[in-house]
Design a protein around this ligand. Sequence first.
Ligand SMILES: Nc1ncnc2c1ncn2[C@@H]1O[C@H](COP(=O)(O)OP(=O)(O)O)[C@@H](O)[C@H]1O
Ligand SMILES: [Mg+2]
Length: 390
Amino acid sequence: MSLAPQELENSASKYASEAIRCDSNGSYSIAITNYQKAVDSLMKLMKFYPNNKLNKIYMARMASYKNRIKLLRMTSGVEINNNGNKKIEDIDSNNDFNNLIMTEKPQIGWEEVIGLDDAKNALRESIVYPTKRPDLFPLGWPRGILLYGPPGCGKTVLAAATANEIDGYFFNVDAASMMSKWLGEAEKNVSKLFNIARTYAEKQIKPVILFIDEVDSLLGTRNSEVGGEIRARNQFLIEMDGVNTKHKDLKMYVVGATNKPWSLDWPFLRRFQKRISASLPDIKSRESLFDLYNIPLKIDVKVKSPELAKISNGYSASDIKDICQAAQLKAVNELFNSAEYMEPIEGEELPQPKSLTMMDFKEIMNRRKPSVSTEMVKAYYKWGEEFKAL
Ligand SMILES: Nc1ncnc2c1ncn2[C@@H]1O[C@H](COP(=O)(O)OP(=O)(O)O)[C@@H](O)[C@H]1O
Ligand SMILES: [Mg+2]
């Protein structure tokens, strides 16, 4: 069986972080292999879901991994040591930073993000309203927003919807591409990124969102100074302070997303005044998710979304999407393998798969367990009790 889309996304980020780790300690050829694997996973993911609204984000990510591969290849053969890193940075031009800005924003509306009302409200309150009416916020407003929660629950989708909502600039940085750009003179590049974002906010008088996916990777492995992670992190904290205090009128925001909130330390967390959970969908949201993903499918009249919602406790939004896709795949397989299947004849109606039944969905769910364990759910809850800030 090929990998399910959620697994593909997870493996893409795993490969990417492994690539950075190798990149930062000088194992460039292993880094290249891992960047390439990350690219392959994202490519497969886009093939699976050609209409996924996040594809633009994935594409930008792929481009940055490819850039990095190109750079590493260009310098390979050359003896690269810590100073060699510098050389790579030199080739890494400003252009690369400009690539982070998504001029073509993902076309995804708030209504397409199911559930997550607290998160939506918080993003509206802190980004959309102050952007539209700064005069109503004499005491300022929060600039740092952290979205945390299990994979596949909508953190990236939320950021994409926010980008779509504002007529501004959306810098899409996943920590993977960021760290690879930041190797060597890491802290200098952190300030460069913030400077570019700030310049956009100042000159264009339009809001700027700096979205950092998997922001936890920014902290690096803590005890390895090789890639300059500690300096990068410290510079990040300084820049966040600048955004929060010095430039009060600027419409600039930093939105971070993480699956591993517990790996963030307090100085880091403190800079994100809003810390909002994107958790597993509740029963109502699961019903809406099934409604949403079943729209384009042929479904038996006896299949009821409330019923599906009842039996899918523990599944993430992205799991539910995978379940619907798998059910459809099953029907398509049966069609192709049926004895009566005939190649379509021109001008005649195409043979169609059978309608999906409740049984089909149940079968898939029996085979495919939730991607987030109950222990994990508890861990997010526990962390949230201590650190969430709405
Ligand atoms: N709340 C949601 N509403 C609608 N679709 C969702 C939601 N959460 C996740 N998805 C679907 O799952 C996929 C992965 O979501 P993503 O936002 O990347 O999750 P995360 O960033 O939390 O890991 C998306 O492509 C989207 O189709
Ligand atoms: Mg994501």
